[in-house]
Design a protein. Sequence first.
Length: 95
Amino acid sequence: MKRFTIFLTVFFLSISLFAQQQYSKVKVMANDAQMEQLASIGIDVTEGILKKGEYLICDFSEQDIAQFSEMGLNYEILIEDVAKYYADRNIGMST
C-alpha cells in the first residue's frame, strides 16, 4: 500500500509539472534552410501560418522558444499566454 501511495504521489506531481507549461503564439522569421533546421530538431513546421522562406506563426512552448534563441533566429511573441488569451476571450460567451 505504501508503494502505491508513493507511486500516485509521484504520478500526480509529474502531471502537474507538465500541465504548467505555457504556450505562446510566436512569429519565427526563418528562411527555407532554417525551417529545415527547425524540423530536424523536432519543431513541427507543418502547422500554423507559413509564408515560405520568410516566417512561421504558430503556438510554441517555452522550450521551443528557447531553441529559437539558441539557433539565433529572430522571433516575435504575438500572444504571451495563449491559454489565458482564449479563456479571457470566452468569458461571458457561454450560453
